[in-house]
Design a protein. Structure first.
Length: 52
């Protein structure tokens, strides 16, 4: 999911370079939130891998 969101976000930024700065910032923050949530979801997996 994280990769798909990042690819779509980067594609939007690449295809529409004349977007407003506010929208670009919101898009970047949304991608950051998705990355942070994904990291939080992977932390238990990393801990389990470390135990094994």
């Amino acid at each position: 999911m994280c990769t798909a969101v990042l690819f779509v976000g980067m594609l939007v930024l690449f295809l529409f370079p004349a977007l407003s700065v506010g929208f670009i910032n919101e898009l970047i923050v949304a991608m950051m939130v998705v990355m942070a949530i994904t990291l939080c979801m992977y932390i238990p997996v990393f801990r389990k891998m470390k135990e094994e």
